[in-house]
Design a protein around this ligand. Structure first.
Ligand SMILES: NC(=O)c1ccc[n+]([C@@H]2O[C@H](COP(=O)([O-])OP(=O)(O)OC[C@H]3O[C@@H](n4cnc5c(N)ncnc54)[C@H](O)[C@@H]3O)[C@@H](O)[C@H]2O)c1
Length: 399
């Protein structure tokens, strides 16, 4: 990108699950990228070319670009030297499930002294509807009328490197100039772009995540109904989905992680908290751990007091190492409440309490699959052990 600035893009939140893969891919496309992040614990690893979390295919590209097109910045002053400032910080909900907009506005307060009207701020985080326009108003009111684009991220965590080069990008902006800058930026990915208004883009992202959350809830509620009727849901699921294109129903499983629930609640907050189907999805998905424990209790004579239970898979989904908002922790909490000793294991996550799957299986009388890591497909569990595998990932029960 021709510009008098030292960097084409500075990414704020650049060490995060969205910011880092995006920075790596932009750098690999020839852009000069700076990463800035408050979490300095990840810096040394990134500078040494090591990803701080699993993103398939990212490590070799990081090693190729770091210190060349990709650098790490020490302070927000880097914004002065950058044509585009792209924001990927977290946008959580609070303890009442209301959108927490303060981190974005605090960031806006911190960066406006470094911005000038010839720069463009690109918002990539998922936001509560109206946030993009509120930021435009904020910068205008502070005498800093930057261009602002909102271009939501739609990758699925773990597969960003591949998806950033294939998914159409949604582009919206506060002015034709902002849209043109964002078009040029995402045009480097050589993918389709879809132009919308900023508010349309905000709803597009929230609708998509809510839709996914609701789809998982449908699968989970069907599973619960079948189990309550004493039926084998896997057989029903197979009958519904096998070579039948209108039976596209997700299998059961803990639907968790840092995005789906909070984005469904952000959407609800934008609709007077009356997103009934979204709240129903939350009740179903968040209720699944209690349902699983309830059935376990019924099948083990009403008590698991004093028993040792292993949970295999503490990440929030299969084949990644991210435990944020994983429902496996909720399962563990219920088990402990019922007096069980809980052992936890994961193939990828690194936490001091986690033990190898084989040890957990050896020591436990009951084994619960938390997430379907592929390694569990070949895990042999002795027949005498009780197994709860709602994902159907384990091989047939074999000693
Ligand atoms: N994780 C996903 O798969 C995914 C997919 C699409 C969209 N999103 C959205 O992207 C956004 C980021 O999600 P994430 O999963 O990357 O979160 P994350 O926590 O992995 O990354 C956010 C990063 O921002 C940094 N940060 C926070 N405040 C900062 C500040 N003021 N200045 C500098 N750095 C700051 C944090 O230290 C962290 O490294 C959220 O809005 C999320 O909803 C996430």
């Amino acid at each position: 990108m021709a510009s008098s600035h030292l960097y084409d893009v500075t990414i704020i939140g650049g060490f995060g699950h969205v910011g880092l893969p995006l920075g790596i891919v932009f750098a690999d496309c020839g852009l000069k990228v700076a990463l800035y992040d408050l979490d300095t614990s990840k810096r040394a690893g990134i500078e040494a070319g090591v990803m701080p979390f699993i993103e398939y295919g990212a490590d070799p590209i990081l090693r190729k670009v770091i210190g060349k097109n990709l650098t790490v910045a020490d302070s927000l002053e880097v914004c002065r030297q950058s044509k585009i400032v792209l924001v990927t910080i977290g946008t959580p909900v609070d303890e009442y499930l209301s959108p927490k907009t303060s981190p974005l506005f605090k960031l806006a307060e911190s960066i406006f002294p470094f911005l000038t009207a010839d720069q463009c701020l690109v918002l990539r985080s998922t936001v509560f509807p109206g946030t993009s326009q509120a930021l435009v108003d904020f910068f205008r009111d502070h005498g800093c009328p930057v261009e602002l684009a909102f271009c939501p991220e739609r990758i699925v965590q773990g597969y960003a490197i591949q998806e950033l080069r294939t998914l159409p990008q949604i582009i919206s902006g506060s002015s034709p100039k902002a849209v043109a800058i964002a078009q040029e930026l995402f045009g480097r990915l050589k993918v389709e772009t879809i132009e919308t208004t900023m508010e349309e883009a905000e709803f597009t992202k929230l609708f998509l995540n809510s839709w996914r959350y609701i789809q998982f809830a449908v699968g989970n509620q069907f599973y619960m109904m079948a189990r309550d009727h004493g039926l084998d849901y896997q057989r029903i699921h197979h009958a519904m989905t096998h070579h039948y294109k209108r039976g596209d129903i997700p299998g059961p499983g803990f639907a968790a992680g840092p995005c789906l629930l909070k984005d469904t609640m952000q959407l609800s907050a934008a609709f007077r908290n009356q997103f009934f189907i979204g709240h129903a999805a939350m009740m179903i998905n968040e209720g699944l751990p209690a349902f699983v424990i309830d059935h376990l209790l019924r099948e083990t004579g009403g008590s698991i007091h004093g028993k040792t239970v292993a949970i295999l898979g503490m990440a929030f989904k299969g084949n990644i190492d991210d435990v944020r908002d994983s429902l496996s922790f909720k399962v563990a909490k219920f088990l402990r409440f019922h007096g069980a000793t809980v052992l936890t294991s994961d193939e990828f996550a690194k936490r001091p309490e986690l033990i190898p799957a084989a040890d957990a299986v050896n020591k436990a009388e009951i084994i619960i699959i938390g997430v379907p890591h592929s390694a569990y497909k070949s895990l042999v569990i002795p027949k005498e052990k009780k197994v709860v595998d709602l994902w159907n990932v384990l091989p047939p029960h074999a000693a």
